[in-house]
Every structure is written in C-alpha cells, then in structure tokens.
Design a binder for this molecule. Structure first.
Ligand code: GDP
Ligand code: MG
Length: 295
C-alpha cells in the first residue's frame, strides 16, 4: 500500500534508536499518536497498555515497544472481517454509496466500476444523487470514461425511483452490479436519512434482500471530523463498510485506527488518488506493515 508515513515515520524514529524505555518515552509516543490522528481515547488505551506491558515484561529496548505497538494496532484493525466487498450469488449485486458532499463518493464509484469492468463484469451506475444536476452530469462523465451504463432521471426526481429503475435495468440487461450514488447534503440531515431508508426499502423489495454493501465514504484528510460524520450516518443507516478516500492526501494514518476502534465498522476500501486505478482493498495487516516499514 502506498502511504505517506508522515507522523508514523516519527513514531518509527522514536522507537528505533537506543533510548531508554521510560515514562518520558511513552509521553512522547502519546503525543505523536495524537498528532497522527489517533483519537485521545484510542491513544490513551494503546499507550496505557504498552506502559503496563513494558513494566510487567521488563522491556528494556524501544524496538520491543515498537513490536508491541504494531501488534496492538493490527489487533484493533483486524476484526477478522473478510477482505473485499460482498458479492451476491444472485445478481445484480447492489452497492449503495453514502457520505457527505465532497468526500469522494462519485470518484469511488467510478474506480469501483472500472475495477469490476476490468474483471469482465457488467456494471450499471445509478444516479440517485438527484439533488444536484451537476452530480448527475459528473456521474455520467465517469460512466462514459469507464465505459459502463448509467441510469438517471431528471434533477429533483425521487432517488428511490432511480434505484428501482436501475435494478430493473440490471435484471433485464443481465448486469452483475448496480452501484448507486446518493445525495450527501448534511444540512437537511433528517430528509437525507429518510431518503436513504426509502432507498433501502426499494432495494429490499426488488432484490428480496438488503443491499449487498452500504459503503460510507469518509475523507481521510478531515481527521476527527470524519469520525463525527460517520457517527451521524451510523445512527441512521445500516453501514456495512467504510471507504477511506484521500488516504494519499494525509500524513496522519492514525485516522484508520481511530475509525475502526471508535466506530467498529470495517474499512473495506482505500482511495489513494484521483485516477481510476487508485483504489485498493483495505488490508489491515498490510496497512500496519506499510506504516512501520523501514524507510
Ligand atoms: N487525492 C485524492 N483525491 C480524491 C480521492 N477521491 C476523490 N478525490 C477528489 O475529491 C474531490 C471530490 O470527489 P467527488 O467524488 O466528487 O466527491 P462526492 O461529492 O462525495 O461525490 C474530487 O476533486 C476528487 O478528484 C482520493 O482517493 N485521493
Ligand atoms: Mg458526487
């Protein structure tokens, strides 16, 4: 995984030389983790555990502390969730993509469609962000670039009706996947959440099961803000996984640990740039390894 290690390079430095394992070291570690976007709560838990382990196991080398920190972080991230997205044995597989404006929803959808198309799958994009005309246009441009179909209605149309048509089209055209863009206006939050619930009901009625994934896209560069945003969505929608977009734009990889520890929802995909190929399945083990890779 291509990562800006940023602050974690400093953690690495701190835990690589010949320093003594003492209170001062743990204080510095605590400070660095917070700078790296690990939340206060998660940092305190991590460092308190490490302090205790260091005392009980009489750790004398900082490298031993580093190994324990890596293992702890890997533990938090690994909830033994399977890597990758759920694919239904009964097509079409339906993914709903939610999140506030600007986080990277539409780009993520384009990347995902591109990846599936390369695997030989038939994909239909569903322009269910009908709130802004520009959102429909943007998705259409991406559909053209990627070379997949799109189902759209006029701006202002009922998003649930767009989803309904998309699923019907997928069934009649034998498409494997429907990926739906949804509106992300937080200021009319109640309406948005009602809209998402209605979409959920239509999917369930037409498929005989809920959407195969409800993916919440978060912008990794917004730090703790992303966590508060996520809480609002989680309170209203059954989110199955998180897409962490713009992970290339932050040197504070700690947000990844915080999201998992504070929200308990698995991160399934990582956005690593603006191009079509800049999407990776999130692999917790590889992520932690990349964060602590010797430079
Ligand atoms: N660097 C970077 N930029 C991204 C990534 N994903 C999206 N963007 C950019 O973020 C901006 C908003 O993306 P968009 O998909 O329109 O967000 P939406 O409003 O949630 O649909 C665009 O300029 C994208 O190019 C990513 O993984 N890395
Ligand atoms: Mg969009």
């Amino acid at each position: 995984m291509r990562l800006l290690r940023g602050i974690f390079a400093k953690v690495d430095q701190l835990l690589t030389g010949r320093r003594a394992v003492n209170d001062e070291l743990f204080d510095e570690l605590e400070e660095l983790l917070i700078q790296a976007d690990v939340s206060m709560r998660t940092t305190t838990m991590l460092v308190d555990d490490l302090r205790q382990e260091a005392r009980w196991d009489r750790l004398s080398e900082v490298s031993q502390v580093k190994t324990r920190l890596e293992a702890r972080m890997a533990d938090i991230l690994d909830g033994s969730h399977p890597i990758g997205l759920t694919v239904s044995p009964a097509p079409p597989t339906v993914y709903l993509v939610v999140g506030v404006n600007g986080v990277g929803k539409t780009t993520t959808i384009a990347k995902l469609a591109h990846r599936l198309k390369k695997q030989g799958k038939r994909v239909i994009l569903s322009a269910a962000d009908t709130f802004r005309a520009a959102a429909i246009d943007q998705l259409e441009i991406w559909a053209g670039r990627v070379g997949v179909d799109i189902i759209k209605h006029k701006p202002g149309a009922d998003p649930a009706a767009v989803i309904y048509d998309s699923i019907q089209a997928a069934k009649s055209r034998g498409a494997d996947f429907v990926i739906a863009d949804t509106a992300g206006r937080l200021h009319t939050r109640v309406n948005l959440m009602e809209e998402l619930k209605k979409i959920g009901r239509v999917v369930e009625r037409e498929l005989g099961r809920p959407a195969d994934e409800v993916l919440l896209v978060l912008d990794a560069t917004t730090g703790q803000n992303a966590v508060s945003q996520a809480r609002e969505f989680l309170a209203a929608v059954n989110v199955s996984g998180i897409v962490l977009a713009k992970l290339d734009g932050t040197a504070k990889g700690g947000i990844v640990v915080t999201i998992k520890d504070e929200l308990g929802v698995p991160i399934k995909l990582a956005g690593l740039g603006e191009g079509m190929d800049d999407l990776e399945d999130f692999n917790p083990k590889e992520f932690v390894e990349a964060l602590f890779e010797p430079s």
